[in-house]
Design a protein around this ligand. Structure first.
Ligand code: GLN
Length: 192
């Protein structure tokens, strides 16, 4: 199995390190031809407007959309925004996941926080019962999950922070900044 990480912007190096730790073959993706032979792709956190602009400039929008029709893609934070269909403002989006996202929903950088999440799908996949400790950095929230998309995790106040639509995964937080590999393992199971 080979998993690419979109390396146009943001914290792609941390995702690569996590995949290497899990002994998964990985590569940095910057151009359409880099998508060849991949079983899945991670779109890292960063800044979704910059990500969208660079993806447009590098001719990546269509190839990424086509890749996502058949292969697993996981967007973390800015990556989740980029995967969605609707962010209530105009910016380049992949339009793949039927979720509506609110950017910077928890406030500014100083309002970044950490929280323990109950994620039933992770429990089922890994058998481990401990909560998932999630890191939110100027995070978006998933306002609504529509069509085939379903909720994977919410905060205690019910705000949705992770969703899945078949082989597409969106998390508002950053699993690559922890040493808990369960979300990466879960994504690998979708790419398999
Ligand atoms: N606030 C950023 C955005 O709107 C996302 C932040 C992140 O990826 N940590 O794109």
């Amino acid at each position: 199995m080979k998993i690419g990480v979109l390396a146009l912007q943001g914290d792609f190096a941390e995702h690569i390190a996590m995949l290497k730790h899990l002994k998964v073959e990985t590569s940095e993706v910057r151009l359409p031809e880099h998508l060849k032979d991949l079983d899945g792709l991670i779109i890292p956190g960063g800044e979704s407007t910059t990500l969208g602009k660079l993806a447009t400039d590098f001719g990546m929008l269509k190839p990424l959309q086509q890749f996502g029709q058949r292969h697993a893609i996981w967007g973390t934070c800015a990556g989740a925004i980029f995967l969605s269909k609707d962010v209530s403002r105009k910016q380049p989006l992949l339009d793949l996941m039927d979720i509506k996202v609110a950017r910077n929903a928890f406030g500014r950088q100083v309002n970044s926080f950490e929280a323990d999440l109950d994620v039933p799908a992770l429990k089922a996949a890994t058998g481990l019962k401990k909560p998932y400790h999630a890191v939110f950095i100027r995070a978006p929230m998933i306002e609504s999950v529509n069509g085939e998309a379903k909720v994977l995790a919410s905060l205690p106040d019910k705000r949705i922070v992770a969703a899945q639509q078949g082989h597409l995964l969106a998390t508002a937080f950053h699993p690559e900044l922890t040493d808990d590999t369960r979300f990466h393992e879960y994504f690998l199971s979708l790419a398999d």
